[in-house]
Design a protein around this ligand. Structure first.
Ligand code: 5GP
Ligand code: ZN
Length: 117
């Protein structure tokens, strides 16, 4: 069923506390934690606690939860004192998605080039 925890999902395990993570913020519906392989001085992942495979699925299945994730990216940026930052939702393996539990990357703390390549 949409939103149910998946046994083989890394981020569901982080939500359940079965894998450690450096959590920076948590709400009833979301968790924000530092990326294990940071690509910028601030690199935080914001995820819904409920399992949805990617951002497109999340937006379709639970738009209010998608809004919660987006709201939390702003809270992370404020907490990290970022005035400029980038939000990334890699969607599909061809776009670099490797973990199939929806997540927003919040990247900041250095200059970021556009287009990203
Ligand atoms: P994607 O490539 O799917 O958009 O992003 C997945 C992100 O999850 C990558 O940036 C990767 O470094 C991060 N990641 C993978 N495994 C772990 C982990 O066990 N803990 C944390 N904190 N981040 C992880
Ligand atoms: Zn999951």
């Amino acid at each position: 069923m949409a939103g149910e925890p998946q046994d083989d999902c890394l981020f569901c395990k982080i939500v359940a506390g079965r894998i450690p993570a450096t959590v920076v913020r948590e709400t009833d519906t979301t968790v924000a934690f530092r990326d294990i392989n940071p690509q910028a001085p601030t690199h935080v992942l914001v995820i819904p606690k409920a399992h949805h495979a990617d951002a497109a699925t999340l937006a379709a299945e639970d738009p209010e939860l998608a809004a919660d994730v987006l709201r939390e990216t702003r809270a992370v940026a404020e907490a990290e004192h970022l005035d400029s930052y980038r939000l990334v939702f890699n969607t599909g393996s061809g776009a670099g998605q490797t973990v199939f539990h929806a997540h927003a990357h919040v990247l900041g703390g250095r200059g970021l080039q556009w287009p990203p390549g």
